[in-house]
Design a protein around this ligand. Structure first.
Ligand code: ADP
Length: 375
């Protein structure tokens, strides 16, 4: 086990800054996930920790030891990647034990470690199988077992579940959480999938364009996103945004008006703001009791209804003149979650309220969060 500390890590490729001045301390035994859209610099950050690429600037410490210029093999880490490279002509035992045998470990020690790893990833009884006889999930577990036997100070995992089908991915998510609990070791994980980040991590590090946006426990990123980027990226379906401005006595957009005391939130009339509200925090006026503190009601019209079984997604337009965008999430549009038994139909006129306690405010110029509750 070891802490991992990034201090001002920057990686530049000719005209691209893939990682921009990243400073982050990952505690001993912590499960931290780098999450962000494709191309935001997650893998590059991971590669600098692994030693597969050298940073242009900054330092990396693992367990208090400066490893910035050490080769991967001297960093005390094990890696698991999206593309599992098992040796096709070797059975599971040989694949898992390969590194140990290369390092001339005693046979007894090799057997002990392989057995222990096989137990953790539930591969007992499969030691004689060849990779071609295994499912994608089983092969991925072999790759993880191979990483475990090295007894690393930290695991680095880059999209290890990306090639698995959806059902298996959910199953492996649980397995990885168990693995973390059993090994009690530091895990740094990379994914573009916010659901994986939310479900497994102690903390998530949200990255956009090479820059860290927020590092916090998943629910903190969800409930108190630091800025518009995090608010829009974490959570599915995503948060609704309504662009407006601060006026005397509240916030106003083309379609909404929320009474509030601007001064209490440190904003001034005329300032451009964006109001953010999650689909589950908007309610029909007739069910306003579901909100802790309902806002004044707004008119809307139901565009599309999506029954999901345990809930209903209703895509609303603030006005019949709003031109609906393909994904239903543009300006003048609002997605709300309703109870599955709500009587509602496409084309209905509805009145809606937001929950003031769950309504976020962002400064539009900087994108930074101003408040996460209008109460
Ligand atoms: P992610 O893992 O978040 O998808 P990457 O870390 O792979 O993102 O890439 C971050 C940025 O750096 C991208 O713009 C990518 O094109 C660029 N990049 C990554 N590797 C190289 C490279 N070897 N040469 C030039 N540009 C690169």
């Amino acid at each position: 086990m070891a802490s991992v500390t990034l201090e001002g890590i920057t990686k530049r490729y000719e005209d691209v800054t893939a990682v921009d001045d990243m400073t982050l301390e990952i505690e001993d035994g912590e499960f931290v996930t780098f999450v962000g859209p494709s191309g935001c610099g997650k893998s590059t950050t991971m590669e600098t920790i692994a030693g597969l690429t050298l940073p242009t600037g900054g330092t990396i410490e693992i367990g208090g030891r400066d490893v910035t210029n050490l080769p991967p093999k001297d960093r005390g880490i094990s890696m698991v990647f999206q593309n599992i490279a098992l040796f096709p002509h070797m059975d599971v035992y040989d694949n898992v034990s390969f590194g140990l045998r290369l390092r001339k470990y005693e046979q007894e020690e090799v057997d002990r470690r392989v057995e222990e790893a096989a137990d953790i990833v539930q591969l007992e009884g499969m030691m004689d199988r060849m990779p071609s006889e295994m499912s994608g999930g089983q092969r991925q577990r072999v790759a993880i077992a191979r990483a475990i036997v090295r007894n690393p100070d930290a695991f680095l995992m880059d999209e290890p579940l990306a090639n698995l089908d959806a059902e298996l991915r959910v199953h492996m998510r649980t397995q990885l959480q168990r693995l973390h609990r059993e090994l009690d070791t530091t895990i740094i994980y990379v994914t573009h999938d916010q659901a994986q980040a939310m479900t497994m991590s102690d903390r998530i590090a949200v990255i956009n364009s090479g820059v860290l946006q927020q590092v916090a426990p998943p629910l903190e990123c969800y409930n108190e996103p630091a800025n518009l980027f995090v608010a829009g990226f974490i959570g599915s379906p995503a948060m609704n945004f309504v662009e407006g401005e601060v006026v005397d006595g509240g916030f106003e957009s083309q379609y909404t008006q929320i009474d509030s005391d601007p001064e209490a939130h440190g904003v001034t009339p005329g300032q451009d703001i964006t109001v953010g509200v999650r689909p589950e925090d908007v309610h029909l006026e007739r069910n306003a009791a579901e909100a802790d503190a309902p806002t004044k009601a707004f008119d809307a019209v139901v565009d599309v209804i999506e029954p999901m079984g345990k809930e209903v997604n209703a895509y609303l337009l603030f006005d019949r003149d709003v031109e609906a965008s393909a994904e239903g999430r543009g300006e003048g549009q609002l997605l709300i979650n309703l109870d599955p038994d709500t009587e509602i139909a496409e084309g209905d006129d509805v009145r809606i309220v937001m929950d003031r306690e769950k309504t976020h405010l962002f400064d539009r110029a900087s994108g930074d969060a101003i408040t996460h509750s209008l109460e």
